[in-house]
Design a protein around this ligand. Structure first.
Ligand SMILES: Cc1cc2nc3c(=O)[nH]c(=O)nc-3n(C[C@H](O)[C@H](O)[C@H](O)COP(=O)(O)OP(=O)(O)OC[C@H]3O[C@@H](n4cnc5c(N)ncnc54)[C@H](O)[C@@H]3O)c2cc1C
Length: 457
């Protein structure tokens, strides 16, 4: 029996895709080249996932697990010999418990679907990112995604109470507890969160929820120097009673470009300031929250170094502010061959790092098409993008910028993971001993190296 027939005998013929149908499907969110793989299999439950992996393990058959394929590091890239396993059929929200404030979900649930379902119950899932309409819970956990609200709720890892996973050999590890405290030996779920499909398939999760905020206050601020930005962040952390949920920075070149491309009329704040910040609070007392937010903003304007501030007066205006921060379409056109980075750095070193990056690119790669810097500043996370007219010097740019990240003690991947795109630079952020330990864990859990082989390590 061929491999595809064996897989079909587990899930049914209608749930195996191959040949022309698979080839006509784009590889992932960014890459419209055709999907090349032996076949794509879509299990409908954990027993089928287990049977598929046990079969593949017996035959040393490489498997790439897929969620929404929105990752930014080529983590779901396959070869002609690979079996793709998509969990898209496993998309049930199994329970929403308003007393325990938990959601038990299958891994294929789309992030936005969960956000909406939880909202209807007066609750909030503490994770949000631009790919919310396609990314799955399995994918955001497997990449330990961060996003716009990590400052308040933490990263994907912090949303998980319990997990069900299937090992490479088909064995199911299930520990779907609905409570926070659980010191019963090793915390196995943490191995799978952030492992990018290399250690096991996440099939189900018990997620923690939060009360849904009743008020949202949003402002866009301009600053003349980076010290004033950091001062404002610390003021807001202190003065806003833990309600600060986002503190997103945009360097001038990005803000000026994006408002030019997106705002046909006057931008919310004039262009030309060195730094812009989009900040947001979420609270539970509309009147008091608004009054407090306005008082803090007024104080920042008078005493705290903010050069200009505009408060969102409506949900429409709030969306317009966020669009300036979130929209990348015009940037992708501008940068032709885009070279982008997702790095963590101590906040205190960020401005120096960006100035050094600018100088280095001007000196070593003068043909670069500019430098756009934005980030989740409150989390110490910057996103940097530059462009090249042609692809030949892409690796040079990566070497230069990752070299600088290493010198500043930063992380080469803050929230997007490693995949294929960053694995050659893993040693910039992790020691040889750490990498050897990762290899030992991989060998123990996946001795035949069938799960997403060649990714991360
Ligand atoms: C427009 C846009 C904005 C984004 N913004 C952010 C952001 O703000 N913050 C951020 O952190 N990331 C962001 N991302 C990238 C982010 O990593 C992904 O959006 C998301 O986390 C991946 O989910 P996915 O379901 O698409 O996973 P996929 O891309 O399908 O897979 C990602 C990795 O997880 C593995 N995987 C998937 N499902 C499972 C499973 N069930 N079990 C085991 N392994 C699995 C895959 O093998 C792969 O290695 C953004 C991406 C886009 C396109």
């Amino acid at each position: 029996m061929s491999r595809l027939s064996e897989l079909a005998s587990i899930v049914g013929h209608q749930h195996v895709v191959s040949g022309e149908e698979l080839y006509s499907r784009p590889q992932d969110f960014w890459n419209s080249t055709p999907t090349v793989a032996l076949g794509l299999v879509k299990p409908g439950n954990v027993e089928e996932v287990s049977a598929i992996l046990a079969l593949c393990d017996r035959h040393a058959q490489p498997v790439v697990i897929e969620g929404g394929r929105t990752n930014l590091v080529h983590a779901t890239q396959a070869t002609g010999e690979t079996v793709l396993m998509s969990l898209e059929r496993m998309n049930a929200i199994l329970s929403l418990d308003t007393d325990d404030m938990t959601a038990e979900v299958e891994a294929g649930v789309i992030l936005e679907t969960l956000q909406a379902a939880v909202q209807q119950k007066g609750l909030r899932f503490g994770l949000d990112l631009g790919a919310r309409g396609s990314a799955t819970i399995g994918g955001v956990l497997a990449t330990n995604a961060g996003g716009f609200q990590a400052l308040r709720y933490g990263v994907a890892r912090d949303q998980v109470l319990g997990l069900e996973c299937v090992l490479a050999n088909g064995k199911v590890l299930s520990h779907l507890v609905p409570y926070v405290k659980d010191n019963t030996g090793y915390d196995l779920k943490q191995l799978f969160i952030g492992s990018e499909g290399t250690l096991g398939a996440i099939t189900r999760a018990m997620l923690r929820l939060h009360p849904s905020p009743q008020s949202v206050n949003t402002a866009l601020l301009a600053f003349e120097n980076f010290g004033a930005v950091v001062g404002a962040l610390n003021t807001m952390k202190r003065a806003l009673r833990g309600e600060l949920s986002s503190f997103e920075i945009m360097w001038r070149e990005f803000y000026d470009f994006n408002v030019g491309a997106l705002c046909p009329h006057a931008p919310p704040l004039p262009t030309g300031h060195p730094f812009y910040v989009l900040c947001e609070t979420e609270g539970f007392d509309s009147e008091a929250d608004e009054a407090q937010f306005e008082a803090v903003m007024a104080d920042l304007l008078e005493n705290g170094g903010a050069a200009d501030i505009v408060l969102a007066q409506s949900s429409r205006q709030r969306s317009d502010f966020w669009r300036i921060r979130e929209e990348f379409g015009p940037e992708m056109d501008l940068f032709k061959v885009m070279v982008d980075f997702d790095v963590s750095l101590p906040i205190s070193k960020m401005d120096t790092f960006v100035q050094e990056t600018e100088a280095l690119l001007a000196r070593e790669v003068p043909e670069n098409l500019g430098l756009h810097v934005i980030g989740h500043l409150g989390d110490g996370n910057l996103h940097i993008a530059t462009g090249l007219p042609t692809p030949e010097r892409k690796l040079d740019v990566q070497r230069l910028i990752y070299g600088l990240v290493r010198r500043h003690g930063g992380s080469i991947s803050a929230e997007h993971g490693v995949g294929l795109a960053k694995k050659d630079f893993l040693n910039h952020s992790r020691t040889p001993e750490e990498i050897a330990t990762m290899r030992a864990i991989k060998a123990a859990l996946d001795p035949r190296n069938i799960l997403n082989p060649g990714k991360i390590l």
